[in-house]
Design a binder for this molecule. Structure first.
Ligand code: PMP
Length: 437
C-alpha cells in the first residue's frame, strides 16, 4: 500500500489529515487491551478506542453475534415494523437504566442520540400544549457531538464558529471547571453546587415557560474530563423540577460502566428525564446509539389525543439488526464479566496511580472518577493544546494510546484493565511528561 500516494484520497474527521500526513499512524488489528499497528507494534489502549471499547477489543461473543446476524437478516426497515432482537435488546437495556427510564429509542451514534433527545424535549412540551417551551440550555465546555443541535447546545467554540447560524434560543450554563479549586481532588471536587445556580439566572432571564430542556454530560469527557462538584447534578435536577424543565444527561461516554455503575446517573444518584447513549452500547463494534425516556414522555406522544402526530423522527438504520445483535453480545459480555461495576473495583488503584503524577512537570490538575481520568497541563505559551499533543505523540512512540482534550491528557481504558496495565500506562505517561518538560 502506497500510503503517501493515497493520503489525499480520503478525508479524515476533524483536522486529522494534517496530523496524519506528518506522522501516519495505521492500526491493523485489535485484541483485548491492545491495538497492533502496521509495523507489528503492540499499542496499549488507554482510551478504549475512542471512549467506547469498554469490554476490550475483538470479544468472541460480540464477533459471533454479528457474524450470525449478518447471515440471518442483514436489514429490517424500522418504520411500521420491528424485529425480535430490537425488542429483546430494549428489554435488557431497561433493566440496566435508572428506575423510570424505561423507554428506548434507537439511533446510530452519539450525535444522533443528542439531536433526537433535543427534538423529543421540544416536541414533548408541544404535544402537552406548552409549545412556547422551545429554548434549550447546555453548558460551557459541554460536548454533544457534531450535528447542528449538538454543536448549538455544546460549548466547544472550535466546533461551532465555522458553521454559521446555530439553533436559536440556546444558552449555556457557566462551566464548573476551576483548576484553582479543583486541583488534585480525588473523585468529586467538594466545592458545592453553586455553579448550578447559574441556571437559575438563565431561567430568570428568559422565563421558565420558554425553556424545554437542560442538557449536560454528567462527566464532561471531550472537553477535558471535568467531574461535577458534589451536589451539582442534584441541584440541576431540583431547579429543572421546580420549573417544569426536562433534564437530559448525555451519557455517550459515561454510559456502560465507565464510572462504576451502568450509568453515571446511578453513580451520582440523579435520574434525568432523557438519557443519550452510544459508544459502549455495542462496545464500539457497530455504530449504534439510543435515547432512554420516561414513561411520561412516551405517553405524551403515544397515548395522547389521536389527532396529534407521533414523534416524527427516525433513521433508516434505527434498530439495525447487526447493531442490535452486537449490542446483545456486548451486554452478555458485560454481564458475564461483571464489567458494568468493574470501574468501581478498580478506581481506587487507578486513582492512586494517576495521582502519583502530581508534581511531574507542568501537571496542574488531576481529575478522576471510576475508570476515567484527566491530567491537565500548563499550556505552552501561545500554543494551546500543543504540550498535551506532544505527550500524546511520545506515548504513541512508546506503545500507548491516550487522547488529548485541549491541554488535558485523557484516560478511559477498557474496563477489563488489570493492575499491570494501569502501571504501564502511568509509567509511560510519566516518562512522556518528563520528556515534554
Ligand atoms: N456526546 C458525547 C458526550 C460525546 O462524548 C460524543 C462523542 N465523543 C458524542 C455525543 C457524539 O458521539 P458520536 O461521535 O458517536 O456522534
Amino acid at each position: 500500500q502506497d500510503l503517501n500516494a493515497n493520503l489525499d484520497a480520503y478525508w479524515m474527521p476533524f483536522t486529522a489529515n494534517r496530523q496524519f500526513k506528518k506522522a501516519p499512524r495505521l492500526l491493523t488489528r485489535a485484541d483485548g487491551m491492545y491495538f497492533t499497528d502496521d509495523k507489528g507494534r503492540q499499542i496499549l489502549d488507554g482510551i478504549a478506542g475512542l471512549w467506547c471499547v469498554n469490554a476490550g477489543h475483538n470479544r468472541p461473543k460480540i464477533v459471533k453475534a454479528i457474524q450470525e446476524q449478518a447471515a440471518e437478516m442483514d436489514f429490517a426497515p424500522p418504520f411500521q415494523m420491528g424485529h425480535p432482537k430490537a425488542f429483546e435488546l430494549a428489554e435488557k437495556l431497561v433493566q440496566l437504566t435508572p428506575a423510570g427510564l424505561n423507554k428506548v429509542f434507537y439511533t446510530n451514534s452519539g450525535s444522533e442520540s443528542v439531536d433526537t433527545a433535543l427534538k423529543m424535549a421540544i416536541a414533548y412540551h408541544r404535544v402537552r400544549g406548552e409549545g412556547a417551551r422551545t429554548r434549550l440550555i447546555g453548558r460551557e465546555r459541554g460536548y454533544h457531538g457534531v450535528n447542528f443541535g449538538g454543536i448549538s447546545v455544546g460549548g466547544m467554540v472550535a466546533n461551532r464558529k465555522m458553521f454559521g447560524t446555530m439553533l436559536g434560543g440556546v444558552d449555556h450554563i457557566r462551566h464548573t471547571h476551576d483548576p484553582a479549586r479543583n486541583a488534585f481532588s480525588v473523585g468529586q471536587p467538594a466545592h458545592g453546587a453553586e455553579f448550578a445556580d447559574d441556571l437559575e439566572k438563565l431561567i430568570a432571564l428568559h422565563d421558565a415557560s420558554t425553556i424545554a430542556a437542560v442538557i449536560v454530560e454528567p462527566v464532561a469527557g471531550s472537553t477535558g474530563v471535568l467531574i461535577p462538584p458534589q451536589g451539582y447534578l442534584q441541584r440541576l435536577r431540583q431547579i429543572c423540577d421546580k420549573h417544569g424543565i426536562l433534564l437530559i444527561f448525555d451519557e455517550v461516554i459515561t454510559g456502560f460502566g465507565r464510572t462504576g455503575n451502568p450509568f453515571a446517573a446511578q453513580t451520582f444518584g440523579v435520574t434525568p428525564d432523557l438519557m443519550t447513549v452510544a459508544k459502549g452500547l455495542t462496545n464500539g463494534c457497530v455504530p449504534m446509539g439510543a435515547v432512554f425516556a420516561t414513561q411520561n414522555i412516551y405517553d405524551a406522544f403515544m397515548n395522547g389525543p389521536e389527532h396529534l402526530i407521533e414523534f416524527f423522527h427516525g433513521y433508516t438504520y434505527s434498530a439495525h439488526p447487526l447493531a442490535c445483535a452486537a449490542a446483545l453480545g456486548t451486554l452478555e459480555t458485560y454481564a458475564d464479566e461483571g464489567l458494568l461495576t468493574r470501574a468501581a473495583e478498580m478506581q481506587g488503584y487507578f486513582a492512586e496511580c494517576l495521582h502519583s503524577l502530581k508534581g511531574e512537570p507542568n501537571v496542574i490538575d488531576i481529575r478522576n472518577i471510576g475508570l476515567i481520568g484527566g491530567v491537565e497541563l500548563t499550556p505552552l505559551p501561545g500554543e494551546p493544546a500543543k504540550r498535551a499533543f506532544n505527550v500524546f505523540l511520545d506515548c504513541w512512540d512508546k506503545g500507548l494510546l491516550v487522547r488529548t482534550t485541549g491541554d488535558t491528557v485523557a484516560l478511559s481504558p477498557p474496563l477489563v484493565i488489570e493492575r499491570e496495565h494501569i502501571d504501564r500506562i502511568i509509567d509511560t505517561l510519566r516518562g512522556a511528561l518528563r520528556r515534554a518538560a
